[in-house]
Design a protein around this ligand. Structure first.
Ligand SMILES: Nc1ncnc2c1ncn2[C@@H]1O[C@H](COP(=O)(O)OP(=O)(O)O)[C@@H](O)[C@H]1O
Ligand SMILES: [Mg+2]
Length: 249
């Protein structure tokens, strides 16, 4: 479970100038729920995920992961969270299995447990054809699978997936969506950011719409359509954002 209360992140952009990337954001994501963070580019989606993953520190506000406060229990939080970042940062000379072994060791997973987990992930993500090839020249789909497997190596209860299907081919995107549904069935807590509305509508139980670092509205896709008096999510979002020129989300 992830809870954020009044989460705020300011970046110093010049000596006397600050920029508020995340502004007083509050939400809860329960176990067994897939919640979508939506918003135009620059809305603050990635920054929220980086705050929750303890990569950045909030300027104000608090967040808890499975009840552990980010500020005082970052180690506990990190063990309970798996984050799929926007950019993967794979090592070209490492094979997928080597990546997974290395990440597993970060989490102090016992050797035999780790090897079994690696095999499980290679199978689930359909990676056996390239699991022992160096990651150099991998396609987006292949790289994303390695990154996803890495995100899940320690079987985290909470998952933060930043644009998980971005740029993937049809088959890989489908597999990732299936995996997200599976995580929900396992009663995990999943937060995804996406700018593909169609996908958000299909995958997510609830949506949080962000604009300029602030929560504009949150609810189920049906609730948001009803609130805006529109029949589809795209029209609803444009109406809620109050403009038509955004690159929608
Ligand atoms: N380290 C940083 N320093 C200064 N500004 C940043 C930093 N990281 C993100 N930002 C700014 O914060 C805003 C939100 O960014 P981001 O969270 O990446 O948005 P999104 O993921 O929704 O596209 C953007 O305007 C971005 O330029
Ligand atoms: Mg982003």
């Amino acid at each position: 479970m992830i809870e954020a209360e009044h989460l705020t992140k300011q970046f110093k952009v010049k000596v006397f100038k600050k920029f508020v990337a995340v502004d007083d954001v509050s939400f809860t994501v329960n176990d067994g729920e897939v919640v979508g963070l939506l918003g135009p580019n620059g809305a603050g989606k990635t920054t929220i995920m980086r705050l929750l993953a303890t990569v950045l520190h909030p300027t104000r506000g608090i967040a808890r992961v499975d009840g552990y406060d980010l500020r005082t229990h970052s180690r506990e939080v990190r063990r309970r969270i798996g984050i799929l970042p926007e950019t993967w940062g794979l090592y070209e000379r490492f094979t997928p299995r080597e990546h997974l072994r290395m990440f597993g060791q970060y989490y102090d997973i016992k050797k035999d447990v780790l090897e079994a987990r690696i095999e499980e992930l290679v199978e689930t993500l359909d990676m056996s054809a390239f699991a022992d090839r160096e990651c150099k020249r991998f396609s987006r789909g292949m790289s994303q699978k390695v990154a996803l497997a890495r995100t899940m190596i320690h079987s985290p209860q909470n998952l933060l997936l930043d644009e998980p299907t971005n740029g993937l081919d049809v088959m890989s995107a489908r597999l990732v969506r299936k995996l997200i549904s599976q995580l929900r069935e396992e009663k995990r807590c999943v937060m995804i950011s996406t700018h593909i509305l169609n996908e958000a509508e299909r995958l997510c139980d609830r949506l949080i719409l962000l604009d300029n670092g602030k929560v504009v509205t949150q609810g189920t896709p049906a609730e948001l359509c009803e609130k805006a008096g529109k029949s589809n999510l795209e029209d609803a979002f444009l109406a809620i954002l109050g403009r038509e020129d955004v690159e929608v989300v």
